[in-house]
Design a protein around this ligand. Structure first.
Ligand SMILES: *[C@@H]1O[C@H](CO)[C@@H](O)[C@H](O)[C@H]1NC(C)=O
Ligand SMILES: *[C@@H]1O[C@H](CO)[C@@H](O)[C@H](O)[C@H]1NC(C)=O
Ligand SMILES: *[C@@H]1O[C@H](CO)[C@@H](O)[C@H](O)[C@H]1NC(C)=O
Ligand SMILES: *[C@@H]1O[C@H](CO)[C@@H](O)[C@H](O)[C@H]1NC(C)=O
Ligand SMILES: [Fe+2]
Length: 419
């Protein structure tokens, strides 16, 4: 690197900026606004016991349980409906109909089972429903022939630039009392999320002795109250790996991939662990932090072809989901996302990814490209009532930010706040 000196210059400016910011005491860089009044309890929460109301088995012979849906094609006209029959295979058929229609359609899926050490799963059904109308409420029934249960979902509006849509964002949910509070909070949120972007770590069953897969079932029943009614866009986390050679379990992601199907073939992916979808005005790319991602690997080659395909006129929002964050200043999992950052940060900048959502680190943090520093500074100006800010500090901040901005323009540096 011949241009190392400019890094020093920029670092010096950053330092000055930080010093000024720290000097004012109450100001931080996270000025994206206040998103919620919700505050989680500070203490670690215990897992809900196995006989909790949240894990209740639905009544009736062979009643479908753990019902969940996700997008089933690339544009949102398809839905994958999944559920588990506990007693016998039963039927893999889904009956569905549009809200204002008498006509009932049928779609036929399939079921599978898997074993994990001495655990044998129930009959896991997956059925993809295709060619739905956009922006339409559909009812659907599963468990045909035995105990039938009815649910509903709403398809998204057609893909396009001016299509408002509300995504919820959840990760690392687990099955503690706090997990239950998280779902309740989402249900009661006035923003009314229409689809959940799920950034990995689902059940945490692997924290139990022998990776007790019964905890995958309890998690499926726990999340059904939302996941049966709106799609969750799945991302694999470290708790999905379930690699346990001591138990003879050497196929990574076995329970996760058996239970949670995603439309990866629709985006020419060869693995359910990385894929993309379009939904409303967003193009969503899902990556796997725990699969090979170096040069020439399948994930690398897929992403290399995928990014140029995104048409920002059609989907102005480009969102990437992954489990491990590429920037993290918290002590836990510090720098675990570094391999992904080294490989892909350059592409994220080049293709102007709007936002990368990640989970894994249980401490909320967001960062923004330093090119936005000046914008943040201006934002400070407008929120000065809330934050005691001295005028001279503000002026200095603006000047420093402006110089920084010019410097970053000159060198077209796309450095993050912590490069
Ligand atoms: C699996 O093995 C464990 C430990 O040996 C035992 O406690 C558990 O009951 C077994 N489960 C099944 C389904 O056999
Ligand atoms: C449950 O459903 C299956 C498949 O539809 C059927 O063959 C079976 O007879 C049913 N069992 C009972 C007890 O209704
Ligand atoms: C979970 O939350 C719901 C409210 O959304 C409540 O009815 C239920 O009792 C809670 N269960 C547990 C085990 O916390
Ligand atoms: C991108 O999307 C716009 C709007 O849908 C469309 O008019 C245009 O043809 C697309 N461009 C390409 C290269 O496909
Ligand atoms: Fe994690």
């Amino acid at each position: 690197m011949g241009l190392n000196w400019h890094r020093w210059v920029v670092s010096a400016f950053l330092l000055v900026a930080w010093a000024l910011i720290l000097d004012t005491g109450e100001i931080c860089f996270c000025m994206g606004g206040k998103t919620s009044d919700f505050l989680r309890n500070d203490y670690l929460s215990l897992d809900m016991p196995i006989d909790s109301d949240t894990f209740r088995v639905p009544p009736g012979y062979n009643a479908p349980q753990q019902v969940h849906i996700t997008q089933g094609d690339h544009v949102g006209k398809g839905v994958i409906i999944s559920w588990i029959s506990p007693h016998e295979p039963g039927s893999s058929t889904v009956i569905y109909w549009a809200e204002n229609s008498e006509f009932k359609w049928q779609a036929h899926g399939f079921f599978l089972t898997y074993k994990y050490f001495n655990y044998t799963s129930g009959y896991i059904h997956h059925c993809t429903v295709h060619n739905l109308e956009f922006d339409t409420k559909y009812y659907y029934e599963v468990g045909i022939g035995n105990t039938t249960r009815q649910f509903w979902f709403k398809t998204p509006p057609p893909v396009g630039p001016d299509v408002p849509y509300t995504f919820g964002l959840i990760g690392d949910l687990g099955q503690t009392y706090n997990s239950n509070r998280t779902l309740t909070h989402y249900e009661q949120s006035p923003a009314k999320g229409q689809t959940i972007l799920y950034v990995g770590d689902l059940s945490y069953a692997d924290d139990y002795p022998l990776h007790d897969n019964i905890r995958w079932d309890t998690w499926g029943r726990f999340t059904e109250r939302i996941a049966a009614y709106q799609p969750w866009i799945w991302t694999a986390g470290n708790h999905e790996i379930d690699f346990a050679p001591q138990l003879g379990e050497t196929r990574p992601f076995k329970p996760y991939t058996a239970r949670y199907h995603v439309p990866y073939k629709a985006s020419d992916s060869t693995s359910p662990l990385w894929y993309s979808i379009k939904r409303a005005s967003a193009y969503i790319i899902v990556m796997s932090s725990y699969s090979a991602l170096g040069k020439y690997t399948p994930q690398y080659k897929w992403l290399e072809k995928e990014l140029p395909k995104v048409n920002r006129t059609e989907t102005p929002w480009l969102i990437v989901l992954m489990h491990s964050p590429i920037y993290n200043s918290y002590v836990t999992h510090y720098m675990e996302g570094e391999t992904v950052r080294v490989m892909y940060e350059k592409w994220f900048v080049e293709y102007k990814v709007d936002v990368v959502f990640a989970g894994h680190v249980h401490a909320y943090e967001r960062s923004v490209s330093s090119k936005f520093l000046i914008i943040l500074t201006l934002q400070l100006l407008y929120t000065k009532d809330e934050y005691s800010l001295h005028l001279q500090d503000l002026c200095a901040l603006i000047v420093v930010s402006f110089i920084l901005y010019i410097v970053s323009m000159i060198f077209t540096l796309n450095f993050g706040l912590r490069y």
